[in-house]
Design a protein around this ligand. Structure first.
Ligand SMILES: [Zn+2]
Length: 244
């Protein structure tokens, strides 16, 4: 039988045994089990995160399969969190995967913000992102935010009290409607952004995660350019100016 040393041997060479122990003690909540969330959850389960909350209210659709890597044709119609949990446990049975099939409102976001060490915003709509941002700021927990649209995507890390929160950056979208019908998205562009999000999550767990804090990484996959937008806190932000 394969030992844990076998399982993690390749990443132990990168993060060391103490790093692996930190990963194993960590709890992460991934909100949204779409293209971004499935990939982030896959990498975190593979890496050996101790407990992984996966949150989504939706079921698997055939049009999800080009980018949502945890699902197969047999999962179409199943709750995403159930199919995701099954697949994640198959990848790494040492991870405690907790599926939550719920629409995210503030009480659930706040409960998971208390329980988790890192929160991952893999939502596909601004209303849910702003709910999670509020919970993260109130709990003082780091939030990894990523989003994809068409050929483009962006990522940033919110460290409450230190960096701008999502409201400082995207408050104007707080009431933006979800895209009507199907949103345009290319699978591998989701992969680029999700990989950055998973990497930043692991770095936060390892205590080296401030690289994208206060920076917005903007990816244009058509030109394959990675640009950085400097971002600043809004002293009048209704979410984070009062909390810190
Ligand atoms: Zn703010």
């Amino acid at each position: 039988m394969a030992t844990l040393m076998d399982r993690y041997s390749r990443q132990l060479m990168v993060i060391g045994e103490e790093g692996q122990r930190k990963v194993g003690r960590a709890t992460v909540a991934v909100f949204g089990m779409g293209g971004l969330g499935t990939l982030v959850a896959y990498y975190l389960a593979g890496a050996g995160v101790g407990r992984l909350y996966v949150v989504d209210f939706d079921t698997v659709n055939i049009s999800d399969l080009h980018r949502q890597v945890l699902y197969a044709v047999r999962d179409v119609g199943k709750p995403k969190v159930e199919a995701a949990a099954e697949r994640l446990r198959a990848v790494n049975p040492h991870v405690d995967v907790v599926p939550i099939m719920e629409n995210v409102e503030l009480p659930l976001a706040a409960e998971l913000a208390d329980k988790a060490d890192v929160l991952v915003d893999a939502f596909d709509n601004w209303a849910s992102r702003h709910i999670l941002n509020k919970a993260a700021v109130r709990a003082g927990k780091p939030l990894i935010h990523g989003a994809v649209d068409n050929w483009y995507g962006h990522v940033t890390v919110v460290l409450p009290g230190k960096t701008p929160c999502l409201h400082d950056l995207f408050g104007r979208f707080a009431r933006a409607p979800m895209c009507v019908g199907q949103c345009p998205v290319l699978g591998p562009v989701v992969g680029i952004i999700a990989s950055v999000m998973a990497t930043e999550t692991l770095k936060l767990i390892l205590g080296m995660g401030d690289a994208l804090a206060g920076r917005l990484l903007v990816v244009d996959a058509k030109r394959m350019s990675f640009d950085e937008v400097k971002i600043a806190r809004d002293p009048s932000c209704p979410v984070c100016s009062r909390a810190t």
